[in-house]
Design a protein around this ligand. Sequence first.
Ligand SMILES: NC(=O)c1ccc[n+]([C@@H]2O[C@H](COP(=O)([O-])OP(=O)(O)OC[C@H]3O[C@@H](n4cnc5c(N)ncnc54)[C@H](OP(=O)(O)O)[C@@H]3O)[C@@H](O)[C@H]2O)c1
Length: 318
Amino acid sequence: MEQKRIIAVVGATGAQGGGLVRRILSDSNSDFVARVLTRNTSSDRAKNLARLGARVVNADADDPASLEKAFEGAYGAYCVTFFWEHFSPEKELAHAAAMAKAAKRAGVQHVIWSTLEDTRKWVPLNDSRMPTLMGKYKVPHFDAKGEANQLFADLRVPTTFLLTSFYWDNLINFGMGPRKNPDGTWAFTLPMGDKKLPGIAAEDIGGCAYGIFKKGPEFIGKTVGIAGEHLTGAQMAAELSKALGREIRYNDVPPEVYRSSGFPGAEDLGNMFQFKRDFEPYFCGARDIKFSRSLNPELQTFEEWLGRNRDRIPLEGG
Ligand SMILES: NC(=O)c1ccc[n+]([C@@H]2O[C@H](COP(=O)([O-])OP(=O)(O)OC[C@H]3O[C@@H](n4cnc5c(N)ncnc54)[C@H](OP(=O)(O)O)[C@@H]3O)[C@@H](O)[C@H]2O)c1
């Protein structure tokens, strides 16, 4: 029997990497096996994946040697960074550099780098439409990922650059769900005007990544964008109303109001939504839904995702 090819998955206990590991594990005919990289092999999440059949190894992006070891013998690697753990674009760049070097050293044949746009190519730092943040970024958690593309390219790592989309799971985990107004009505806030936001079920990112690994060399050196659906704030509010059984209005606020919300990352996210709003044709065009479904036939629509997850959405103020 031919040996199965190993895919080393960074962030395997998290949303993106976890989706990929579960897709590999659930495909009994897969040519691949998943190697879970984690800082803590005895966490519940790591142990669950081990129980499902994945090999779990220690690796910390702060420790490049541990990444090199964890990539050894792997055919593929899924690389993602963790902005919301530290809020540092410089740290994301350092982690991406360590992953690119480790992949090069180990001779990994196919890397998927989970990236986003360097928005400074569209909105230079001297553009006053949105404030410059942390001295040299417009959307720090996007810009560093986009800047890091070059690290993989410079080392000639065989890479697919995967442009991801807004997780609908943010409505559960990121405090972006509907909120009750003082007058008892319900509102869903997004600073997107009447423009469409490409969104995706976080677990479907892993499903699309699996499709890319299966197709192999066809996507090496290419940039690939994915989304489950492109929806306006009003359309999302209408779907939320149906799923949650109460009227939820779309609360369209200007990006400057969103930026001043005061929660950690509000300015970064305010700039991010403004970028998506102001460059909608590009941003949606780079994330084709039919193409995403060709990679991942189980790709969910927002309605389907809500059907599975409505009970997990906290109703703030309710
Ligand atoms: N939220 C969104 O809408 C959205 C959309 C597109 C892209 N993103 C990007 O997605 C990225 C996060 O991915 P995610 O949502 O899949 O993550 P997540 O669910 O928050 O999980 C974080 C993962 O990172 C791992 N991790 C953290 N620090 C690490 C380190 N130093 N070394 C090795 N592993 C480490 C954790 O593993 P252990 O704890 O097991 O070590 C865990 O698996 C962020 O950079 C974010 O900007 C988010």
